[in-house]
Design a protein around this ligand. Sequence first.
Ligand code: PEP
Ligand code: MG
Length: 597
Amino acid sequence: MLAVNSSNRPVLVKGLPVSGGIVFGRALIIDDFIRRVVRRTIKADEVKSEVARFEAAAKSAIADIARVHEQAERDMGKEAAKIFTFHIGMLKDPILLAQIRTQIETEQVTAEYAATHVLGKLADQFRQHRDPVFATKVNDIDDLTDRLMALLVVGSTSRMKGLTTDAETIIVARDLTPSQTASFDRTKIIGFATDLGGMTSHTAIIAKALEIPAVVGCQTLLSKVQDGDLLVLDGDKGVVILHPDQATIQNYGRALEQRTALHVALTDQRDLASVTTDNVPVQLLGNIELPEEVARVLNSGGSGIGLYRTEYLYLTGDEEPNEGVHYRAYKRCVQLCAGRELVIRTMDLGADKYTQAQAEIPERNPFLGCRSIRYCLKNQGMFKKQLRAILRASADGTVKLMFPLISSIAELRQAKFIVNDVMEELDEEGLPYDRGIKIGMMVEVPSAAIQAETFARECDFFSIGTNDLVQYTLAVDRINERVANLYSPLHPAVIRLIRDVARAARRNKIPVSNCGEASGDLEFAMLLIGLDVTTLSVSASNIPQLKRFIRQLSKVDCDKVARDTLKLDSDVQVAAFLRDRARKLAPASFTDAGGDS
Ligand code: PEP
Ligand code: MG
């Protein structure tokens, strides 16, 4: 048991519960570590080596960027790759370099301090410029500063690498990118809490996928916590307790035991059919980000993969994956699925899944920008590489192909046209693929939901993506903790869109599923089933509880719940109504530990 420091009082900080589990550990603050460079002076005899250290870092940065530039030119063309010429130009600029060197020499400060100081001043000058072209360069300078700092200081990544195995570390950060989260060493990092972030941010999704208990949107945690502080993190309720006393630790110890007991009880559900009491099957599939998760989905009782977020192939490696990397990942999933359904979504890069550091031109509204299918249609070389790999993998299993963020029929047609092109290429090369491969689309933009009838005539299946559908319907950023209270899948407008999409699917005889995070919520799942969305794709960790719940419900009751819900005016009313109905219709799902909150 971790030692309690009785001189500190417990402090409870509330956030959003994004990935379940209770952990006890010591805080490690990684956020802004690179940027928080303190002014540290050095001895006169260290100046020379400090200048040399800076010059070596600049040289390595140039070499790194040159590699990225070369790759970008190959994949995106000369124009898009130009941005890297600007980066290299800056790092070779004699005036800028001289300023940094002079500061190290005259003020006897570290290379880190001199570089951040000089580049920071330059960014400020650009920021004040009226011309927006200059303003966008601020991101480039920030990017360069990060790159240099990563080379100079013991950066946050290596800081994590230095952890010892018994550290039981809980990361505390202002924010984390999905790729940072995906690269956590699970033997050392047992949970994380961030001040920023929303319920369906991709950082939250990856935490769930990796089963790392996490709380986001804490807003003030970072200002209260110090490295090494003892923390209890409750990912089920969305709270972090700083300096817990003995009583708190004991209470949480008991909660943890109950949680484990429930988990064991739920494993019994694994091999049972996912079917309502009146014999309507509800297909339970899993959402995955990495091939390794397939086994977890199947072991949890899922009957296949309803959403493979392939963009993580780009987010977890340093280089753009080539066709071979794509193919191996898909083939692995096909093998692990062993004949079960596998829906591979083409890359959904952009917004929060393409860091501004990687984006060639920073966008002002990335969620409304060149993301997802739009990005693919503009970068067809990259897109075709992925499509070739998906099609090739389809030769050996039940693969379905799905496009994200379709917002107009022209996009769907263009994407399908490119698939046909790729098929012809494969034919010419004599490479096998499934000629009857089903091609579907995500319905996650209101325009697609409103025009669902039109889309249903031109694709083989729908998968509703409530994570984005909610943000675009309600104009609420899904990763912004400040508007998290407005982000609600229970909003009547969202529910009506889902109803209409399900209707269009039914009329056109195509399957429809929901793969947003909300389908993992028992009450929302009950509503979806009533709306005739009877395929739910969820995180592996949601499957056991969901299956038990479904087996206690009747479809007829769910239908009535849906009809009555559609008469309500606000998300608050819907929430209260569903809460009440779910507890009346399937009380057993809410009576034991972990079932209720
Ligand atoms: C969604 O938007 O609901 C979805 C499943 O896609 P993602 O969360 O990857 O944007
Ligand atoms: Mg989406």
